[in-house]
Design a protein around this ligand. Structure first.
Ligand code: SF4
Length: 331
């Protein structure tokens, strides 16, 4: 059954830092601060609308939840907690910074029915964390992740691709370190440079050069494949589409179908590495529901294969799963 969230945005409140890429109000697309009564109204209306409550979490996103004023945090949690339990929603999901996790905070979260905690790791390179003014270290991410797992919460880790001063090998290093922490879920955010951020300034004065779009797709496709290969669910790839982001993005990797583009790239890479420089005509089976991904947007993969001497027709095969393919040569 599909998981869903009732998203409640807490814009930038209580956050002790201003990270190089963050223009939080734009990311959350929400400028009002919700109070307990607002949470109650949202949950009451969701109770009427959502039938599969058992797979739904009340999700506080958009800020550093555990860094906000404690009384306010408990007000939000205690109202949300009224809607958790038998016949109601599965639990509460929050996102926060790794340096605002400790035993005391986790005990409070447990008491009020929190089930999942997502940490903004962003990078596991201290050099990159510092250059982007994150205000925490990679070790903070490791310690917080272990503690969250110890308390029995579902752990989510968020990472970014293409941050200021991050090389391709730094990005892959972050992926490997995250895999080693064994989170339940991951979100991958290729950088989007927003107006009124440090990254925006660095980009405009030429100090910050981004990957080209194709390189960002290649890296994110490799990461998506690797995470899923080791059994870590990638629940987001690319920033959510919102009017605020599209109005404020001045550079970076913002595309409504970013994940699908990466999935197409995975099929392209799978075909090219399996055929290993062979040329000719082939029929390739792909999992059910993956035909358009294998073909690529505007038939980009088919075109790419043709340019490489490959005439390929795809068909669906319900026995295949994930990114598996089965190749037959046409004589
Ligand atoms: S920690 Fe999160 S909310 Fe705070 S400035 Fe950084 S990205 Fe924005």
């Amino acid at each position: 059954m599909k998981h869903s969230n009732i998203s409640i945005f807490i814009p930038h409140m209580g956050c002790p830092h201003l990270c190089s890429f963050c223009n939080q109000r734009n990311i959350s697309g929400e400028k009002n601060i919700p109070m307990g009564e607002d949470v109650r109204k949202i949950c009451l209306s969701a109770m009427n609308e959502i039938t599969e409550k058992i797979n739904t979490e009340i999700a506080f996103f958009g800020g550093s939840f555990t860094a906000i004023d404690r009384t306010y945090m408990i007000e939000l949690l205690s109202v949300a907690n009224e809607f958790v339990g038998e016949g109601k929603f599965k639990g509460i999901r929050i996102s926060t910074r790794p340096d605002y996790i400790d035993d005391e905070i986790l005990s409070i979260l447990k008491k009020y029915g929190v089930t999942s905690i997502e940490l903004g790791a962003q990078s596991m390179s201290d050099k990159v964390l510092e250059a982007n003014e994150r205000g925490h270290s990679a070790e903070d991410v490791r310690k917080a992740s272990l503690l969250i797992k110890k308390y029995g919460f579902e752990l989510g880790l968020q990472m970014m691709v293409g941050l200021y001063q991050s090389t391709e090998s730094d990005d892959y290093f972050t992926m490997c370190e995250i895999i080693a922490l064994k989170p339940d879920t991951v979100r991958i955010y290729p950088v989007v440079v927003l107006e009124n951020t440090k990254l925006g300034e660095l980009y405009r004065n030429g100090e910050y050069k981004l990957y080209d779009f194709d390189k960002a797709v290649e890296i994110c496709a490799n990461m998506l494949y690797m995470f899923e290969f080791v059994g870590i669910k990638v629940i987001r790839l690319g920033l959510h589409a919102s009017n605020d982001v599209s109005e404020n993005a001045i550079a970076g990797f913002y595309h409504d179908s970013f994940r699908e583009i990466c999935e197409s790239r995975i099929f392209r890479m799978r075909v090219m590495s399996s055929l290993n420089e062979r040329k000719g005509d082939f029929i390739i089976d792909v999992p059910k529901g993956s035909l358009s991904k294998a073909i690529g947007q505007k038939k980009s993969n088919v075109e790419y294969f043709r340019e490489n001497g490959l005439n390929i027709s795809f068909k669906e095969n319900s026995e295949l799963h994930g990114y598996c393919i089965s190749i037959k040569e046409v004589n």
